[in-house]
Design a protein around this ligand. Structure first.
Ligand code: CMP
Length: 232
């Protein structure tokens, strides 16, 4: 009999873009061709510029995707959690990894070799459509972040980032939306493309207004409406 962890993993996998359009039999067959990978908190899975040979689906935990400038400054592109996929760009546009993937918490993943991805995409048009949908969604988000960098101020970007993390990792409790992002203040700053000092100031301002409560590596959103409006 399947353990509760196996059942949870199965549910997580079925929501991933590679799997969501497949029937149970095909999903089981795809799953069987993937290999499990474990990463510990802080461990780098691959680096920007490495040759890419596999894509990954997150089963448990969080990872960050980031790039760095020649002088060592870092920018975070995305924080990924369960059911999310990454590492596919170098499949469809063969070349080096476009970002570095690092575990923010201990994490378990499934990996699929690039030639296997191509096999599935060629034989199952519905898998291609799901992947295209995900790529389009990512481009949409990237365009939005670019526009925010130009048109929004830092507090607006911080509010939006918290609400985005909240929509994926938040847990609604009696006292508010608990967003356990697991990021340091430095990482939060890298995610919104601002200095740590400016981001801290914005967070302290939100806390002072009673919109959020700050906790180590987490934010409790007390006023979703006002914070969302600030991030719009
Ligand atoms: P790949 O280039 O193989 O390895 C790095 C991965 O980061 C990349 O595939 C994508 O899956 C992911 N990635 C790259 N750019 C972005 C972005 N702007 N937003 C979200 N994920 C990204």
């Amino acid at each position: 009999m399947a353990t509760s962890k196996e059942v949870k993993d199965e549910e997580t996998v079925r929501k991933a873009p590679l799997f969501s359009a497949l029937d149970d039999e095909s999903a089981a067959s795809l799953r069987a061709s993937m290999s499990p990978v474990k990463v510990n908190k802080g461990q780098t899975l691959f680096k920007e510029g490495d040759p890419g040979d596999r894509l990954f689906v997150v089963l448990e935990g969080k990872l960050k995707l980031g790039t760095s400038s020649g002088d060592g400054r870092e920018n975070l592109l995305s924080i990924l959690g369960p059911s999310e996929m990454f590492g596919e760009l170098s499949v469809f546009d063969p070349g080096p990894r476009t970002a570095t993937a690092t575990a923010v918490t201990d994490a378990r993943l499934l990996a699929l070799a690039h030639d296997q991805v191509i096999g599935w995409v060629t034989k199952h048009p519905q898998v291609s459509l799901q992947l295209l949908g995900r790529l389009a969604q990512r481009l949409r988000r990237t365009n939005e972040s670019l526009a925010d960098l130009v048109f929004s101020d830092v507090p607006g970007r911080v509010a939006k980032a918290i609400m985005d993390l909240g929509s994926r990792f938040g847990v609604q409790k009696d006292d508010g939306l608990h967003v356990n992002h697991d990021l340091t203040q430095e990482e939060l700053a890298q995610l919104v493309g601002a200095s740590r000092e400016t981001v801290n100031k914005a967070l302290a301002d939100f806390a002072g207004r009673g919109w959020v409560r700050l906790e180590p590596r987490a934010v409790v959103v007390l006023d979703v409406e006002r914070l969302s409006k600030r991030g719009r």
